[in-house]
Design a binder for this molecule. Structure first.
Ligand code: ZN
Length: 358
């Protein structure tokens, strides 16, 4: 539930005003309809009549990314509704499974996870997600936080390598989580509303550096496992940090879902050069989703939700493709003006290759 709240915040706060000068509009040359798109990071839990129409308008397909979270009644997931959506619209949605480290010390942990993943891969999962509960939340029977490079997880990575299935990793959090909240930071609202992830106030949580280091060791130790670091690998405040890892680990890829606000705080020329240099390793992702069943919403609410989603797709498209002045999560910046060849890779071809879709 907590992460569902997150993408609502993301969706509503991403949307912001945008202005164009006459001169700036001259640089916009790529029509969004001509570029096929895959959103590799979405959470559309509930079906919507407008979603197929909107996806067609944007020439887009979305990966429904499951997350395993431990709550008061057990392990909560979105796998079943996602499976139903993808079966109803195989032309629209791809599937991503997930697992969590709860009960890692029980004798059948690995067997249970491998059986679950095996079944879900047979049902169509193209990728498996691990979330920040590795590193920051879930503890083993000795009371230690389970880091993502834990040797007890290695048989699971070996299984996925054997299947040729990639991993999406949201490990750690933006470094803001380990600092006093800054009202100007793009993540201020999230940690204000989700204090359980504001590590600054929870000294028990390992440091940012140690969680990132464990993630780096895991990537390095599994060169045959393709790893997509969600949210720019929790290093979105500094593209140099991301570049450093991409240089060191050929099996690492990134996507910027819910971190466009951090990119907007950095020099657009530098961010554009980052996209150009790593154009084969960056995939488009948004973290957009929904959290209410359609029948619980009024027509007006559904219309508003649709318009906000459309506006958010437009804002991200304008940021990547144009050189307009725009505002993302309170940060004024100019678009990156990426050429069609790079937009095609980032929006589509890199995800096709990564997920082995063709
Ligand atoms: Zn997400």
């Amino acid at each position: 539930m907590k992460n569902i709240i997150y993408f609502l915040i993301v969706a509503s706060s991403l949307l912001a005003c945008k202005s164009k000068s006459h001169e700036e509009t001259q640089a916009v040359s790529v029509n969004h309809r001509t570029i096929r798109k895959i959103d590799i990071h979405s959470h559309f839990r509930y079906s919507r009549k407008y979603l197929p129409v909107l996806h067609k308008k944007w020439n887009m397909r979305s990966v429904l990314v499951d997350v395993s979270i431990e709550d008061s009644i057990g392990i909560a997931r979105s796998w079943q509704p996602y499976l139903t959506h993808s079966q109803a619209h195989p032309d629209l949605f791809f599937l991503c499974s997930s697992f969590i480290g709860v009960d890692i010390d029980s004798p059948n942990f690995r067997q249970r996870i491998i059986e679950q993943l095996s079944q879900e891969i047979s049902s169509g999962a193209k990728m498996v997600k691990v979330w920040k509960n590795f590193g920051m939340v879930t503890k083993d029977s000795s009371g230690n936080y389970i880091q993502i490079d834990d040797a007890r997880l290695q048989p699971i990575w070996d299984f996925l390598k054997g299947k040729g299935i990639a991993v999406m990793a949201h490990i750690g959090e933006p470094e803001q989580a380990w600092r006093l909240l800054d009202p100007d930071n793009p993540h201020f609202g999230y940690y204000k509303n989700n204090p359980q992830y504001h590590a600054f106030n929870i000294p028990d949580i390992p440091s940012y550096d140690s969680i990132i280091a464990a993630r780096d060791r895991w990537i390095e130790n599994n060169p045959d496992l393709k790893i997509l670091c969600a949210h720019l690998g929790s290093m979105s405040h500094d593209v140099d940090m991301v570049a450093d890892r991409l240089d060191n680990y050929p099996n690492m890829y990134v996507e910027p879902a819910a971190r466009f606000g951090d990119l907007a705080r950095q020099n657009p020329k530098k961010v554009g050069a980052f996209f150009a240099k790593y154009q084969d390793r960056i995939m488009f992702g948004t973290d957009f989703g929904n959290s209410n069943p359609e029948e619980a919403m009024t027509d007006a609410e559904l219309e508003q939700e649709k318009e906000e989603l459309d506006a958010n797709y437009t804002l991200l498209w304008d940021y990547l493709s144009s050189t307009d002045t725009l505002e993302i999560r309170g940060q004024t910046t100019v678009g990156l003006g990426l050429p069609a060849s790079i937009l095609d890779k980032v929006y589509f071809q890199n995800s096709v290759n990564f997920l082995k879709l063709e």
